[in-house]
Design a protein around this ligand. Structure first.
Ligand code: CTP
Ligand code: MG
Length: 225
C-alpha cells in the first residue's frame, strides 16, 4: 500500500497572499484540500501526510497526518517521510498542483510497478523552444533539442528505499538546492521515468495561475486545455 506526502509548507511569496499558499482559497476551498481529496479516492493510498508551516498545522485536512515542514521543499519532503508509517511506494505531491486528478496518481503508481524504474514523475513535453544563455544572463550559448525536453511536475512516485536513500545520502546543501526529489534519485544513480500528465496539471505560482486554476476547475469536464 502506498503512502502520500503532500508538501504544503511553502510561503507562497510569488502569489503574494497573506496566508501560506496551500491555504489560499481555490474555488471556495483551501488549495491543499483539492490534492488531498484526489488522493483519498486512490485505492492504493493508505495514509496521507501533509507538511505545513509550523504555525498552520491545525489547517491539515481531516483524516491526514500533519507535520511541520522545513526551510526548503526537500526538507519538507524529508519531514513528511519521517512521519509516515510503513507505506511503499511513496507518492510526493505539491499542494501547489491542486488539479492533479486521482487518475494521474493511479497511472504513476501503475507505471512504477510495471517499469521497474526507481521513480516515475508526472511531466509535460516542452512546447517552447529552450535556449541556454551564458553567464551574462542574456547571450544565447545554445539551443536545446526540444524533442527530448520535458517540464517536470508532481506527482512523483518512488520506491521507498530509493527515496529514503536519496534524501539521506545527499548533503544538507544539495538537499536545500533540490527543487525536485527525482533529481536526488538521479544524483545517487537511480532510474527515473517521465509520465505525460496532460495539459491541466498546472502549478499555482502567481495570481494569474490561481485564476487559471479556477477556470479549469469550472470547466473540469469541458473544453479548456
Ligand atoms: N514547499 C514546502 N516547503 C518549503 C517550500 C515549498 O512544503 N519549504 C512546498 C510548497 O508548499 C508547494 C511546493 O513545495 O506546494 C512547491 O513550492 P512552490 O511552488 O515554490 O511554493 P512556495 O514555496 O509556497 O511559493 P514561493 O516560492 O512563491 O514562496
Ligand atoms: Mg518556493
Amino acid at each position: 500500500m502506498a503512502v502520500a506526502l503532500v508538501v504544503a509548507a511553502g510561503r507562497g511569496e510569488r502569489l503574494g497572499s497573506e496566508r501560506p499558499k496551500a491555504l489560499v482559497s481555490l474555488a471556495g476551498r483551501p488549495m491543499v484540500d483539492w490534492s488531498v481529496e484526489a488522493l483519498r479516492s486512490v485505492a492504493a493510498v493508505k495514509e496521507i501526510v501533509v507538511a505545513l508551516p509550523a504555525q498552520a498545522l491545525a489547517a491539515a485536512p481531516a483524516g491526514t497526518v500533519a507535520v511541520a515542514g522545513g526551510e526548503a521543499r526537500s526538507q519538507s519532503v524529508l519531514a513528511a517521510l519521517r512521519r509516515a508509517g510503513q507505506g511503499d511506494p511513496v507518492i510526493v505531491h505539491d499542494a501547489a498542483r491542486p488539479l492533479a486528478p486521482a487518475e494521474l496518481f493511479e497511472r504513476a503508481l501503475e507505471e512504477l510497478a510495471r517499469s521497474g524504474a526507481d521513480a516515475v514523475i508526472a511531466a509535460a513535453p516542452v512546447s517552447d523552444t529552450v535556449k541556454e544563455v551564458g553567464e551574462d544572463g542574456r547571450t544565447v550559448q545554445r539551443t536545446l533539442d526540444r524533442s527530448r525536453l520535458w517540464a517536470v511536475q508532481t506527482p512523483q512516485v518512488f520506491r521507498r528505499a530509493t527515496l529514503e536513500r536519496a534524501l539521506s545520502e545527499v548533503s544538507e546543501e544539495v538537499l536545500a538546492r533540490a527543487t525536485d526529489d527525482a533529481w536526488l534519485v538521479e544524483y545517487i544513480g537511480g532510474t527515473v521515468q517521465v509520465l505525460d500528465a496532460g495539459p491541466r496539471n498546472i502549478k499555482v505560482t502567481t495570481p494569474t495561475d490561481l485564476r487559471l486554476a479556477e477556470l479549469i476547475l469550472a470547466d473540469r469536464h469541458g473544453s479548456i486545455g
